[in-house]
Design a protein around this ligand. Structure first.
Ligand code: SF4
Length: 64
């Protein structure tokens, strides 16, 4: 599984960070979200899918 964020779409809403802090972070000076683990273990798939669902601009995708 690989998490891909379309950084041109990300508007820093932070919903993914609130929902899944294990995988996403917003750093103070950043202008886009940080994916903490782009190839997370399979047991985090449900949480990664949750982030896809909550992103209001559909910027998050899962491959694999
Ligand atoms: S929820 Fe979507 S728009 Fe918001 S920070 Fe995460 S990827 Fe970016």
């Amino acid at each position: 599984m690989r998490i891909i964020v379309d950084k041109s779409r990300c508007d820093m809403h932070g919903d993914c960070v609130v929902e899944v802090p294990e995988l996403f972070d917003l750093e103070d000076d950043a202008d886009e979200v940080t994916v903490l683990d782009e190839e997370p273990p399979e047991e985090l798939r449900g949480k990664a899918e949750r982030a896809v669902t909550v992103c209001p601009v559909a910027a998050i995708k899962i491959e694999g």
